[in-house]
Design a protein around this ligand. Structure first.
Ligand code: PMP
Length: 354
């Protein structure tokens, strides 16, 4: 039986994508060769990566607006340093909303002055800072749109006069935004896009080339742009699966369609958390993430019952991150509404047993 997969990442991907990906490992589109045994310079793979790059821009509404989409390696974590390498000359501002922001700050400090423009650290990152004042002398402002571990999400973004850089690893392609507000977006593949192994970087080309330092080729966004995202051998399988997932999303009606479903899923679980006295939400209501719902059980004696019922119903991956505890139900794009329904039914059943 296929489980209800609430894993925070790597996570659920659309079933039809899995089937196509599995078939392509056997044989890609009737060419007599596997996807993973052909040259990345073959016409077949060049077409795949070009499709992936154009689908990313199309879904985000960023075609013909001076942006380039790259599929690089080293995960979102490498972008923590690449962002600073490519953009930080004097001073950068970071909004600190959790572990991933902190890691980004740590890397950026290797390259120049970094200030924390706002932080929610004092309350263990249970909310998104408000009324943020952004200095105008920054090289860029960096933020993490969705905080995977704590279950918080920016619902609106500060208006800034400096380039805006965003780690969208855990909510890319999940909701409609004016993506042209951002000058650089990056996202590890392993949530809403594909298997781990590639990272999407969408960068507005005119913010590059402004720092005086020399940048090693593999870290240099301009080099990757000039080489059509093929400076070195791309992660062919993750790029292929990402392309399939983006095509799946496009066929579904794009981000607008999936946002509607994501809202239904989030409303379903959060209304249960709010109405059911056995459970309490961890993140502040107004900042709750539509991707990762974090919650506790208010009565410790019911933990065993809840865990057992989840296990029996095939619910997988809802244990909270060790730094937050409790539970975390991740509801990425490919998670069906029915899976959230199964979880919510168990939550109300636990209340009846209380
Ligand atoms: N940023 C966010 C918001 C994340 O959730 C994660 C974890 N997937 C990362 C960055 C780190 O990503 P990676 O493991 O691809 O380096």
């Amino acid at each position: 039986m296929k489980k209800h997969n609430f894993s925070a990442g790597p996570c659920i991907l659309p079933q039809e994508v899995m089937l196509k990906a599995a078939a392509a490992v056997q044989e890609l589109d009737g060419i007599g060769l596997s996807l993973i045994e052909i040259s990345h310079r073959s016409k077949e793979f060049v077409a795949i990566i070009e499709k992936a790059r154009s689908l990313a821009l199309e879904l985000l509404g960023l075609e013909n607006k001076g942006y380039q989409a790259l599929f690089l390696q080293g995960g979102a974590s490498t972008q923590f340093l690449n962002v600073a390498y490519n953009l930080l000359e004097n001073k950068a501002g970071y909004i600190n909303t959790g572990t991933w922001s902190l890691k980004a700050i740590k890397e950026a400090r290797l390259f120049g002055e970094v200030i924390e423009v706002a932080s929610s650290q004092e309350q263990n990152f249970n909310h998104i800072p408000k009324n943020i004042v952004v200095p105008s002398d920054l090289d860029y402002l960096h933020l993490t749109s969705n905080n995977t571990i704590y279950g918080t999400q920016f619902k609106s973004f500060p208006d800034v006069a400096v380039p805006l850089v965003c780690d969208m690893s855990s909510d890319i392609f999940s909701r409609q935004l004016d993506f042209s507000k951002f000058d650089l977006i990056y996202a590890g593949a392993q949530k809403n896009m594909g298997p781990a192994g590639t990272v999407l970087v969408v960068v507005k080309e005119d913010i590059l080339g402004k720092v005086s330092r020399k940048i090693p080729s593999m870290c240099n966004y301009q080099v990757h742009i000039e080489k059509d995202s093929m400076f070195n051998t791309p992660a062919v399988f993750p790029v292929y699966v990402s392309m399939l997932t983006m095509q799946w999303l496009k066929d579904l009606g794009g981000i607008a369609a999936i946002e509607e479903l994501n809202e239904k899923k989030a409303n379903l679980i959060y209304s249960e958390i709010d109405l059911n006295p056995v459970f309490s939400g961890i993140a502040k209501k107004e900042d709750r993430s539509n991707m990762n719902a974090t919650f506790n059980i208010t009565d410790d004696t019911l933990v065993e019952t809840f865990d057992k019922m989840c296990l029996e119903a095939g619910i997988s991956g809802i244990k909270g991150h060790r730094s937050v505890g409790g539970y975390r139900a991740s509801m990425y794009n490919a998670l069906p509404l029915e899976s959230v329904g199964v979880l919510v039914d168990i939550m109300s059943e636990v209340e009846r047993k209380a």
